[in-house]
Design a protein around this ligand. Structure first.
Ligand code: NOJ
Length: 735
């Protein structure tokens, strides 16, 4: 591979162009920062040879081999003309070395675009996206993404493959950890927040990066929760479920998208002209570019739509994938395809322009290098860590609090038990390449410092995450016996979710469940703490637990916010962005399913039909009373808006943050619509005893309409319901 790239690089260096002499570089139009970007692009494009153009459309990797002795070779092997590199390193110096080669050794001095999967933080790792969504605080998510952007850019990365906004409703699919849950609107709102955080106002300011909406589109529909498999997505579902987050992300200015592995009823996402060109480029006018997922072009062969890599290159490129990520298809065949007339010069030029546009917008032509500054000035800055902690805090969902056992204010001996209690690594979650376990505070350490002087802690691991070894049960039982309360810390290893990490069940491995049952025998109250990358099956653990807290994979904050919740310093405010089924056999189960023909029948014979914890569920240490829904008008004509409001009173003794979710329902329509659909949400701090009014401005065209299978929005006249918790208000759209 290395050898091949090297040869390829040499070929490019030897291009017969005669267009540019080295000394001319500084005087060229495309090098002039004062010239408008589109003019610079045109000027540069007019100077490029076919091979140089093709080079811009390829992405290789750099920095996987951290051995200092090999770095020189790595730099040598990267062609100076390459469009982009996935940069696995975090050292700006190596990037600069390679960039120097591109700027100085290539004929035109086109900077390389350095990319990486910065999914939930760079070094300051914050919670996985599924956890972030449970905060219902997009402003905070935007801040966290801005932190990730700053750390990345200052470490040599210009472009992150994030956010993932694939609506996902099957917790067996490991990638549910990477997205914002089961709802299209939530994915749209958090996707937009991420794009804003990553890209800021100006991607060229040295602190921001280009975002990448992925995986376009329908990947979340993976059958049976297995990865990389066939997906059946009807045109209707494509438009009303999978596309809306992408449309919002594109409108928010996302620079790039990644084409998906899956197919849409037989047409792979990476060879789909309809989604990539007709929808994305023609209808939505996206002017950035699409990168294939890793290997997604050559995989068109495995998917049975291309007989050769060359055909795969042709199909992907003509469908609208501009950049080839690690397929070696475009670099080998694109020039040939153009010469043979199978790919038009116009579409090649358009693709190159798109890639260059993103590079110009990132300011790479004017500032190709990353300033080399001390670690402490770019990573883990105190204000960055504070954002990560706050987001971890707001992500925590209190699922059960029997007899208000939490917060733990009246116990002096606390046993902390379970394989997650002292583990740091798994709290980082998947896709946290630059995260380090030593930056994480374990649950035990968090509790120890929180309860210092207030309670005595003991510890027993009890068992491992899986396997059958229960030799530690006795020690755990003794710890429980000698304590007043037991905090049992269970969950998933970081590698159990993320890409290619499906599980056949949402239940925890038997050994972990057995540990809880064993502790239960001691008769002490049980606080179950769960860290996972997906919703879990808790029907056997729920009855034996007095309280349950889901902390997801919180990142470096680890056990600190959790300890605050357990002690009562923090009032939990997270609510689920994804349903917790009663059992795995209920999957698919999600709140916004279409209406049933017989809503009161069709139940399971063996288990309850409702989930254990539904979407938007989450408890607090205080109580809220929802007043009556009121509308500024109950009947409006098309084109008119109305405002609905609801007063919410904090009837408890302590302040809390409450999220109001606004749903709509269309009881009769020309198509069967979901039982209810989330259209807005708002989180506000409500002081004890205070009443706050939550408002939602309903724009019927936007909030009550539906889309058909071609993307046409239709607003029908008639009745609609506005729903908040168990309150419902009827409004009418007049003819
Ligand atoms: C494959 C994954 O599907 C995608 O999400 C990721 O960005 C790329 N690999 C690059 O690592």
């Amino acid at each position: 591979m290395k050898k091949r790239l090297f040869v390829y690089g040499l070929c490019l260096l030897g291009l017969p162009s005669g267009l540019l002499a080295k000394g001319d570089k500084e005087t060229l139009l495309y090098k002039d920062a004062k010239v408008p970007i589109e003019k610079r692009i045109d000027d540069l494009l007019s100077r490029m040879t076919l091979e140089e153009k093709v080079s811009q459309l390829n992405q290789y990797t750099l920095g996987r081999n951290n051995n200092a002795n090999n770095v020189g070779d790595e730099v040598k092997n990267v062609p100076a003309e390459i469009g982009s590199l996935i940069y696995f390193n975090s050292d700006p110096a190596l990037r600069n070395q390679v960039q120097h080669k591109a700027m100085e050794e290539s004929r035109l001095g086109i900077p390389i675009l350095f990319a990486h999967d910065v999914i939930h933080g760079f070094r300051t790792v914050y919670p996985i996206s599924l956890g972030q969504a449970c905060s219902w605080n997009p402003k905070l998510v935007e801040q966290a993404c801005a932190v990730a952007a700053q750390e990345s850019r200052m470490s040599g990365i210009d472009w992150t493959f994030s956010p993932m906004i694939d609506v996902a409703r099957d917790g067996r699919w490991g990638r549910v950890a990477e997205g914002y849950g089961e709802d299209p609107y939530a994915n749209a709102v958090f996707g937009v927040a991420s794009v804003k955080g990553y890209q800021g106002e100006n991607m060229a300011d040295g602190k921001h990066v280009a975002a990448c909406l992925k995986h376009f589109v329908g990947y979340g529909a993976s059958e049976g929760g297995r990865d990389y498999v066939y997906t059946e997505v009807s045109p209707q579902t494509l438009w009303d479920t999978y596309l809306p987050p992408y449309e919002a992300g594109v409108k928010a200015g996302a620079a790039t998208l990644m084409s998906s592995f899956n197919d849409l009823s037989g047409v792979p996402g990476s060879a789909n002209h309809y989604t990539l060109t007709e929808i994305l480029k023609q209808r939505w006018k996206h002017d950035g570019f699409v990168v294939s997922d890793w290997g997604a072009i050559e995989q068109l062969r495995s998917q049975g739509v291309a007989a050769s890599k060359k055909e795969a290159a042709m199909k992907s490129f003509t469908a609208g994938v501009e950049m080839d990520m690690m397929n070696n298809c475009y670099n080998k065949y694109l020039a040939e395809l153009v010469s043979e007339g199978k790919v038009s010069k116009t579409s090649l030029n358009d693709a190159v322009k798109r890639v260059l546009r993103v590079k110009f917008r990132l300011g790479l032509f004017d500032q190709p290098y990353t300033p080399v500054i001390a670690d402490k000035d770019r990573i883990l800055k105190s204000e960055s860590v504070a954002v990560a902690k706050k987001l971890a805090e707001e992500s925590i969902v209190l699922l059960k609090n029997g007899n208000n056992i939490l917060p733990l204010t009246r116990f002096s001996r606390i046993a902390v038990v379970g394989p997650m209690a002292k583990n740091k690594e798994h709290l980082l979650g998947s896709w946290s390449a630059h995260g380090r376990p030593e930056d994480v505070t374990s649950i035990y350490d968090g509790l120890e410092s929180e309860f210092k002087g207030k309670a005595k802690l003991s510890y027993a691991k009890g068992c491992d995450f899986d396997g059958a070894d229960n030799a530690g049960f006795a020690e755990a039982a003794t710890a429980a016996k000698e304590a007043d309360v037991v905090v049992i810390c269970l969950g998933e290893k970081r590698g159990w979710s993320g890409e290619n990490a499906s599980r056949s069940t949402l239940a925890l491995p038997q050994i972990q469940e057995d540990l809880v049952q064993e502790i239960k025998k001691q008769g002490k109250p049980i606080i179950l703490v769960l860290s996972s990358g997906r919703p879990l099956e808790l029907n056997r653990l729920e009855p034996v637990s007095d309280a349950i807290l889901e902390i997801w994979q919180p990142g470096i904050a680890g056990g600190i916010p959790l300890a605050g919740v357990i002690s009562g310093k923090i009032n939990p405010s997270g609510k689920l962005a994804m349903t917790f089924p009663y059992s795995t056999g209920q999957i698919p189960i999600y709140y916004n399913a279409r209406q049933s023909a017989r809503p009161h029948q069709g139940k399971y014979k063996d288990i309850q039909t409702t989930p254990l914890y539904e979407f938007a569920y989450g408890l607090s240490y205080t109580t809220y009373q929802y007043g009556d829904l009121k509308a500024s008008a109950t009947a409006v004509k098309r084109g008119q808006k109305l405002t609905v409001e609801i007063p919410v009173t904090n009837t408890g003794a302590r302040d809390g943050a409450e999220t109001v979710h606004w749903f709509i329902s269309d009881p009769t329509c020309s198509i069967s619509r979901p039982v209810k659909e989330l259209k807005s949400f708002d989180k506000q701090l409500i002081k004890a005893g205070e009443t706050r009014v939550f408002r939602f401005e309903v724009d019927p065209e936007r909030d009550l309409s539906f889309t058909d299978g071609t993307g046409k929005r239709i607003l029908e006249s008639g009745d609609y319901y506005i729903i908040v918790k168990d309150k419902m208000l009827n409004i009418n759209i007049l003819d």
